[in-house]
Design a protein around this ligand. Structure first.
Ligand SMILES: Nc1ncnc2c1ncn2[C@@H]1O[C@H](COP(=O)(O)OP(=O)(O)OP(=O)(O)O)[C@@H](O)[C@H]1O
Ligand SMILES: [Mg+2]
Length: 320
């Protein structure tokens, strides 16, 4: 097992043991047989793993032969996550909202999209996986404390018809005790990794991912990386959302392309995914977030609301 820990999943810094791919190891008189299981459509992945693992095993003193057998499953269609991810009972679709870069509007998009989806008669929960700078509690204007059940489960907060969970509900000065015990390690130290995005795709079967980007090149490069990451683990990228696309001056109605224009569209084409929407830089949107009510829930007339509604409709069609 120790030697197998040196075998990386192709394209990742994580190894095949920490990904949970090793099902059994049999050693008989210097002959090693290893059984792996993985879900992928890419024939290069098992080939590379087999080769690397056998080579590593044969290098061990006393090993006369090493054989690595791999059970390959096709990744569940439309509910990707290549490696050992589980469905959440009672939840039909889990959508990841991600970006390759900080500050591009993930939280804003996630919050408004959740409200927009809820308004299409869907029951929606929003889990803020940002443990370092959780902002969903702020954006929904509640510091209510989630209750724990006797089975040690956390009951989400309900706000504006949505179920919410965020580290922001747990972290404050008044009651740090709630963070003791296994919860801290579970939330902050996913086993065997520092890479949160990867841990999420590994833990939960995602229906797909939405990548948030701003239009300029430095953001698009990182959006591309994020999309590639999801692709590698067989999570379909449902599309890009270009945030801070443009600014319409309230004084003269003139449009300014502060971060340039067309970037999201070009990148979506390049990645062969839809551009789900373009959200302008909008003062009311920022103010609403700071006030604790996503703009979609507050202002039906806002162009930002209209854009999020359009995105929600598209998602409803994509994920029936
Ligand atoms: N379309 C927009 N118009 C105006 N302000 C916006 C818009 N999108 C986001 N903002 C503001 O920009 C700031 C950063 O947005 P947000 O917190 O959603 O980004 P993030 O990607 O979640 O950041 P982090 O990486 O730090 O978690 C916030 O103050 C938010 O209110
Ligand atoms: Mg955020």
């Amino acid at each position: 097992m120790n030697v197998l820990k040196s075998v990386k999943y192709p394209g990742f810094t994580r190894d095949i043991v920490s990904f949970g791919l090793v099902k059994s190891v049999n050693i008989d008189n210097g002959e090693v047989k290893v059984q792996l299981a993985l879900a992928t459509n890419d024939p290069n992945v098992p080939a590379t793993i087999k080769n690397d693992a056998e080579k590593a095993l044969r290098a061990i003193d006393g090993v006369r032969s090493a054989k690595v057998l791999i059970d390959i499953h096709a990744p569940p269609t439309g509910a990707g996550a290549g490696v050992g991810a589980a469905r959440i009972p009672g939840i039909k679709h889990v959508i990841a909202v991600a970006s390759g870069k900080g500050g591009v509007g993930k939280s804003t998009v996630a919050a408004n999209l959740a409200v927009a989806l809820e308004q299409t008669d869907t029951r929606v929960g929003l889990c803020d996986c940002d443990i370092y700078g959780p902002s969903i509690s702020l954006m929904f204007g509640t510091r209510e404390r989630p209750m724990a059940t006797e089975e040690n489960k956390i009951v989400p907060i309900e706000q504006y018809g949505l179920r919410l969970m965020s580290m922001g509900f747990l972290l404050d000065d008044t009651s740090p005790a709630i963070l003791r015990g296994p919860m801290v390690t579970r939330y902050t130290q996913p086993p065997g990794t520092g890479d949160i995005q990867l841990t999420i795709v590994q833990t939960v079967a995602l229906a797909g991912a939405i990548i948030v980007t701003t239009p300029q090149e430095v953001a698009l490069i990182d959006a591309r990386k994020a999309a590639t990451m999801f692709d590698k683990v067989n999570v379909p990228v449902l599309g890009l959302i270009e945030n801070m696309s443009y600014f319409v001056s309230p004084s003269d109605g003139k449009r300014y392309d502060i971060f340039g224009s067309g970037g999201g569209e070009r990148e979506a084409k390049r990645l062969r995914v839809p551009l789900l929407g373009q959200i302008p830089i909008d003062i009311a949107t920022r103010e609403a977030s700071d006030r604790g009510m996503p703009i979609v829930g507050e202002d039906r007339q806002s162009p930002v609301t209209a854009e999020f509604k359009k995105i929600a409709e598209t998602l409803r069609k994509t994920l029936p």
